[in-house]
Ligand binder design. Sequence first.
Ligand code: GDP
Ligand code: MG
Length: 236
Amino acid sequence: MLEEDVEIPMKVLIVGNGAVGKSSMIRRYCKGEYTNDYKKTIGVDFLEKKLSLNGEDLRLMIWDTAGQEEFDAITKAYYRGAAGCVVAFSTTDRDSFDAVEKWIGKVEAEVQQIPMVLVQNKIDLVDQSVVTKEEADQKAQAVSLRFYRTSVQDDFGVNDVFSYLADVYLKKMKAEESQAAIKAQNKTSNPQSSSPIKESFQGKSGAGIRLDVQGATGKQRAKAAKKGILASCSVV
Ligand code: GDP
Ligand code: MG
């Protein structure tokens, strides 16, 4: 059990080509708002959303890209300290679907493996769809990601995406805490041993998340992550 009455900060990213609905998804989830106007910049670095899950309180900070994705100019600060990631494409934009692996690669190049999901957005636009559910499903399996279909416009599926990421993150933190406790115990009983403990953690999706436990508890890491997030706010 993690400490009570402590809000756990969680930085979440949304990556994907321009115009797939990333900014709209963040606004829909955090503020319950939606507009059809396509504004490339919403003028904020991230929006927040509080979430209670399995008795834990989380504060999700969901970062927006302000349109830099179109110029391949997303800064390292955007990725820094991320604890979850949505990889989004639009069902009406084939290029955005083909770019999914590129986006996963960019995230993995900047952050340790973090909980990630694949999202097919704009599924309300059935007549304009150029990506079938089946091929999207296949891609999700190929890249070992949980797959969600959303319509930000109709508020369909959006909450599930973030609840899932938060759930995987909480499980990961709890696993880290118990591993750190075991490591501390091992050190006491065998002070010579200094090999790092590694554990494979199986998420709900079946997607494996590898954890390298370096002695910090989940709570300590949350605090460190919080500092990283606050530091990066000022540079972006
Ligand atoms: P971003 O560039 O990825 O941040 O995309 P935006 O959030 O700016 O959205 C691009 C356009 O798609 C906007 O006009 C949105 O209103 C529209 N849009 C976003 N989500 C949906 C959706 O689920 N369905 C439909 N029909 N339009 C959407
Ligand atoms: Mg945007």
